[in-house]
Design a protein around this ligand. Structure first.
Ligand code: HAS
Length: 541
């Protein structure tokens, strides 16, 4: 990378891991509280920690890391960032950072204990919403920079399809922009006026619907950069080829189309939305499973073809041909493995009757610790092990590979305990987002306690993994000088050409708008038409 691009990438990645560390401290404490192992001193609240954990891990760690990785992907495939693009990226970084610092202070001061979903009628300090506006505006500034660089490349290369990673970055950003319109609307039109006292009441259904219009594509905003690594980086690391460039692009286009009009699958148990529209959005939810199945197919094909080239035979012979001692492969591979049960859990969640069993229980918490906190996070760790040296002109040494693999194992084992216990006790009915309680020594609730203790043990193991990660990052920053490559996979030379229609963004955005209008107009109109007086804001501190 050009040194200026290296700095930009590093700033994002290191900030991401800073957020991860604070979020992990909050996570460790909250796990110990819920397991009845410690009580919090100095008036610190469980929900305050839960908010810090969710915001810093799910929203901030992911967003910063994603931008760091995407800037690296753009610089690697479209060339050094143009000066104006670099400026836009730094403006984005600055806005996000002002927002993050302000938001974190407010959470730590207990002025924004509204959880990471922050929907009405809970009310935080107005400054918290202003902080969120900064974070979102920062991401928009960066995304605009990315579009500028991409358009410039396309103008310079008429008739050519863009490099796969650049295409995927654009798809991810389009998804993000369309999704964040929902959260911007609820913040600006509902939450900020409520919190400033300009309005007394708020339409809770509208607020939740706008949040989940954003909240579900948000999970694919986390997932797609992991898929970028799985599709493009992993083939190179294992010495194979990308199975199909067109298939990879098609799966990203399908994510752009179907990840947005599906928010109701988070609201299946809510009144105020007609079952017909819930059904429509569940059908669309099952459509968005398809590109993940395509991804699994493509990965298996890459692994198997690579294994066969190395002379491995049989159904699972390829398993012996993989570079398990290479952390660039091993960490994302563990993420993939865990993502299989994680995805199956998602399909359970999306099925109306089964959602009635698991909704608002610890099962859901277990689900997202396998998806975002394992499938995605382990992939991000795997990327960081080569991206940090690549951005700083250093070399990933065999010792760092070994340390990275140990850290990955510790994370996977911690998650097995924590998420396993969450899934099990969720099926027994233990609610999510609840501080330590035995509900007056109710026998059923007392029966959940051993699981909560296992969750705390798992959380502690995960915290150890974060400590190892921090040590490894420090070692990476001091690794010997050298050149660490950005592993960029290629398709076989005789692969068919990529159809040009895959890159018609105007068409895809047009279809997204139609799908969103179809899935949301009537239920949204219902929510407004049949709204009661609305709920009064609830101050949570
Ligand atoms: Fe989800 C709730 C449905 C995927 C995250 N989800 C959540 C929440 C989060 C979250 C954070 O329908 C909680 C939100 C909150 O706070 O309330 N989810 C789904 C479905 C999918 C899904 C259908 N979720 C994700 C991903 C996430 C994520 C991805 C983060 C990154 N989810 C739901 C529903 C709820 C929900 C309901 C609401 C529940 C409720 O009631 O509140 C699908 O996209 C999943 C598709 C995935 C697959 C797996 C494909 C496997 C692959 C790996 C291949 C492996 C290889 C290695 C090749 C079908 C690609 C092989 C090697 C060998 C050796 C075998």
């Amino acid at each position: 990378f050009a040194p200026q691009d290296g700095k930009l990438i590093l700033a994002h990645v290191l900030f991401a891991f800073g957020a991860l560390v604070i979020g992990a401290i909050a996570g460790l404490l909250q796990g110990l509280v819920r397991g009845g192992i410690v009580t919090l001193p100095a008036g610190i609240g469980y929900y305050q920690l839960l908010t810090a954990h969710g915001v810093l891990m799910a929203l901030i760690f992911t967003t910063y890391f994603i931008f760091g990785f995407i800037w690296a992907s753009i610089a690697r495939t479209l060339g050094d960032l143009m000066p104006q693009v670099r400026r836009m990226a730094w403006v984005g970084f600055a806005l996000m950072t002002i927002g993050t610092l302000l938001g974190t202070v407010l959470i730590l001061l207990n002025q924004a204990t509204v959880l990471y979903t922050f929907y009405a009628p809970m009310k935080a300090s107005p400054l918290f919403y202003i902080a969120l506006v900064h974070v979102v505006a920062g991401t928009w500034a960066s995304a605009a920079g990315l579009f500028v660089q991409y358009r410039y490349w396309r103008r310079k290369h008429p008739g050519q399809t863009s490099p796969l990673l650049a295409f995927m970055s654009v798809a991810t950003m389009i998804l993000w922009i369309v999704a964040t319109l929902g959260v911007a609307a609820t913040i600006l039109a509902q939450l900020l006026p409520l919190s400033l006292g300009w309005t007394e009441r708020v339409n809770v259904m509208v607020s939740r619907t706008l949040f989940w219009y954003f909240g579900h594509p948000l999970v694919y905003f986390w997932l797609l950069p992991a898929y970028m690594c799985w599709y493009v980086v992993i083939p190179k690391v294992i010495g194979g080829r990308i199975f199909s460039d067109s298939l990879a692009r098609l799966s990203f286009v399908l994510f752009v189309l179907f990840s947005i009009p599906v928010g109701f699958h988070h609201q299946l148990m809510e009144p105020g939305i007609s079952p017909l529209w819930k059904f429509v959005q569940v059908v669309l939810t099952f459509m968005v499973v398809i590109p993940s199945l395509m991804t699994a197919f493509s990965l298996f094909a890459t692994f198997e073809l690579t294994g066969r080239e190395r002379g491995r035979r049989g159904l699972f012979g390829w398993l012996k041909a993989m570079p398990y001692k290479d952390v660039r492969f091993f960490a994302p591979f563990m993420g993939m493995l865990i993502f299989i049960p994680a995805g199956a859990g998602g399909i359970v969640n999306a099925s109306n009757q089964m959602n009635g069993v698991v909704h608002n229980t610890l099962w859901v918490t277990g689900h997202f610790h396998l998806t975002v906190a394992s499938g995605v996070a382990l992939t991000f760790f795997g990327i960081a092990y080569w991206l940090i040296p690549a951005a700083t002109g250093r070399k990933l040494t065999p010792k760092l590979h070994r340390l990275g693999i140990v850290q990955t194992w510790v994370w996977a084992v911690g998650m097995l305990f924590m998420s396993g216990a969450m899934h099990s006790v969720g099926l027994l009915g233990s609610p999510r987002r609840t501080a330590y309680t035995t509900y007056g020594d109710n026998a059923e609730a007392v029966g959940w306690m051993p699981y909560h203790v296992v969750m705390a043990v798992g959380g502690t193991i995960l915290f150890v993994s974060v400590v190892l990660l921090v040590i490894n990052i420090v070692l990476l920053l001091r690794a010997p000088r050298g050149v660490e490559e950005f592993p960029l996979g290629e398709t076989a030379p005789d692969s068919p050409a990529v159809p040009v229609w895959l890159e018609r963004w105007g068409l895809w955005v047009g279809i997204v708008i139609v799908l969103v209008l179809f899935a949301y107009t009537v239920p949204f109109a219902d929510m407004i038409q049949h709204a009661g007086p609305g709920a009064k804001g609830v101050v949570t501190w």
